[in-house]
Design a protein around this ligand. Structure first.
Ligand code: SF4
Length: 453
C-alpha cells in the first residue's frame, strides 16, 4: 500500500519508543510508508500523553491543527490520553481511530481497517494487558541516543497519578530481548543507550525469576560490545539500591546521572501521595550517591501545591532541595487528574499559591544547575556530540555523561563521543570546543565518560 503515514509523539521518552514500535509494526505489515517530518501524509498517528491537563490540551490542539492543515487525512490517536478518555478524542474533527494501550499490538491491522465511517474506538480495559509488547526497533526519532524500553506499567498507586490506569500493571521485557534490542541499536550506529520504562526499578518482578533484576540487567548491557555510554532514565527512590550506585561508581561507561522523583520533602504530603519513602530516606539516598559518585548529575521531580500542602510543607521541600546535591529540578504545578485518587482530596491549594511555589522552585533549580555547570568550566570532559540536522551551517552540541548540555558552535558529522574542553558558561549554558589532536595527546582520555583532565 503506498499510503504515507506521519507519526507525532507527545510526552515522555517512553512514548517515543512506543511510536517507533507502532511504526515498525505498520511497516512490517506493509501498511504504509513513513512520511518525512515536513511532508503531507494520508494518515497521522498521534501518540498522546495524559500526565497533566496541559498534556491533554497539547494533544487536542495538535489534532485540531492536523485536521485544519490536512482536512482529508485520517487521524489515529493512541497513548495514555486515548486509554483514559477515548470518547473525548473520537469526537475531535478528523479522528478516524482511537487505539488504547492494551490494543497497541493490533494497531497496524486497525489502521488498515480505517474507512469513511464514524471513528473506530479500540480501547480494551488496561487490566487485560499482561505481557510486554515486544517489537525490536532499529531507528529512533533522536539520532544519537537510543532509548530502550525494558518495562511497561506500574504496580504502585500514587494518589496523584493515573499511569497505572493508562498503562496497566508492571510487565518486563525478557533479558534476551533487551540484549537483542541493544545490539540492534548499536549495529545501527547508536553509541549511547538509555534504559527506559514506567518503573524500571520493578524490572524482573513479573519474569520467572520473580525478583528485581535491574542491577543484573545493567551489568549485562554494560558488557555489550559497542555500547560506549549507558544511562538510566527516571528511577523511583524506593527501588534504587546501593548495588546500582556501586555499578555506576565502578563502570566508566555508566553515565553519572540519576533522575529520582522526590515529589515532596514533607512526610505528611508523601503519605497522602502514597509514596513509599520518607523525606529523610530520600535525602540519605541522594547524599550517598554524591559521596560515591563524584560530580553525579542528580535530577528530581517535585509537585507544588498538592492538596493540603501548607507553607511549612513546601518550605521543607525547598530546604531539602537547597541543601541536597541535587543538580536540577523539574517542578510541576499540581493539577488534579481525572480518575486519580487525589482528584477529590480536600485542602485544594489556591492556584496562585501553587504557581508561586513552582516559580520559587524553578528559580532554585536554575541557580543550582548553573552552580553545578560552572564547576566544569576549564575541564576536559567527554561529550556525546549530536549530528547536525540542518547541514554544515547548524550549531552542534551534546551532552556530558552527568547531563550537562554543551554548545559546540558550528559543525556537522555523525554522533560520537569526544573529549571537549569546556570554555565558558553563558546565559544559554556551557560552551566548549572539541579537543585538538595536540591537546588530546596531552590528556588522559582513558577515563570513559568521566572528566578526562
Ligand atoms: S510510581 Fe507512582 S508516579 Fe510513578 S508511574 Fe507509578 S503510580 Fe505513577
Amino acid at each position: 500500500m503506498n499510503r504515507r503515514i506521519a507519526y507525532r509523539t507527545f510526552g515522555c521518552r517512553l512514548n517515543q519508543y512506543d511510536t517507533e514500535a507502532i511504526r515498525t509494526l505498520v511497516e512490517e505489515r506493509g501498511g504504509g510508508e513513513t512520511a518525512g517530518l515536513h511532508e503531507a501524509a494520508d494518515v497521522y498517528v498521534v501518540n498522546t500523553c495524559s500526565v497533566t491537563a496541559r498534556a491533554d490540551a497539547t494533544a487536542r490542539k495538535a489534532i485540531r491543527r492536523i485536521n485544519a492543515e490536512h482536512p482529508a487525512a485520517k487521524i489515529v490517536v493512541t497513548g495514555c490520553y486515548a486509554q483514559r478518555a477515548p470518547g473525548e478524542l473520537a469526537a475531535l474533527p478528523g479522528v478516524a481511530l482511537v487505539v488504547g494501550a492494551a490494543d497497541r499490538a493490533r494497531v497496524a491491522e486497525l489502521i488498515d481497517g480505517i474507512g469513511d465511517g464514524p471513528p473506530i474506538v479500540a480501547v480494551s480495559p488496561i487490566s487485560t494487558a499482561r505481557s510486554f509488547l515486544d517489537v525490536p526497533i532499529t531507528e529512533m526519532a533522536e539520532h544519537s541516543r537510543a532509548f530502550v524500553k525494558v518495562q511497561e506499567g506500574c504496580n504502585e498507586s500514587c494518589t496523584f497519578c493515573i499511569v497505572p490506569q493508562t498503562r496497566g500493571a508492571s510487565r518486563s521485557r525478557t533479558l534476551a530481548s533487551v540484549l537483542d534490542q541493544v545490539r540492534r541499536l548499536v549495529d545501527a550506529g547508536y553509541v549511547e543507550v538509555v534504559l527506559t520504562g514506567v518503573h524500571i526499578g520493578d524490572y524482573g518482578l513479573d519474569l520467572p525469576e520473580g525478583r528485581r533484576l535491574l542491577p543484573a540487567l545493567i551489568e549485562r548491557i554494560l558488557d555489550v560490545e559497542g555500547v560506549e555510554r549507558f544511562r538510566l532514565s527516571s528511577v523511583e527512590p524506593a527501588s534504587l539500591g546501593d548495588d546500582v550506585i556501586t555499578l555506576m561508581a565502578e563502570s566508566p561507561k555508566f553515565a553519572r546521572h540519576f533522575h529520582i522523583p522526590f515529589q515532596s520533602g514533607s512526610d505528611a504530603v508523601l503519605t497522602r501521595m502514597k509514596r513509599r519513602y520518607r523525606a529523610e530516606e530520600f535525602a540519605s539516598l541522594v547524599t550517598r550517591i554524591a559521596e560515591r559518585v563524584p560530580d553525579c548529575g542528580i535530577g528530581t521531580d517535585v509537585i507544588c501545591g498538592f492538596p493540603g500542602e501548607t507553607d511549612e510543607d513546601f518550605l521543607r521541600t525547598f530546604e531539602h532541595v537547597e541543601k541536597l546535591p541535587i543538580t536540577y529540578v523539574h517542578a510541576f504545578t499540581y493539577s488534579p487528574r481525572p480518575g486519580s485518587e487525589a482528584e477529590h482530596f480536600p485542602g485544594e491549594v489556591p492556584g496562585e499559591i501553587r504557581k508561586r511555589r513552582t516559580r520559587a522552585l524553578k528559580r532554585l533549580s536554575a541557580e543550582k544547575h548553573r552552580r553545578f555547570a560552572r564547576q566544569h568550566v576549564g575541564r576536559i570532559v567527554e561529550v556525546l556530540i549530536e549530528p547536525s540536522r540542518h547541514g554544515g551551517a547548524a550549531r552542534i552540541g551534546g551532552w556530558t555523561d552527568n547531563y550537562l548540555r554543551v554548545d559546540l558552535g558550528k559543525g556537522a558529522g555523525d554522533a560520537r563521543i569526544e573529549p571537549v574542553e569546556i570554555t565558558g558558561l553563558d546565559d544559554n549554558g556551557l560552551t566548549g570546543a572539541c579537543v585538538s589532536a595536540r591537546h588530546r595527546a596531552g590528556a588522559d582520555v582513558s577515563a570513559g565518560g568521566r572528566c578526562v583532565e
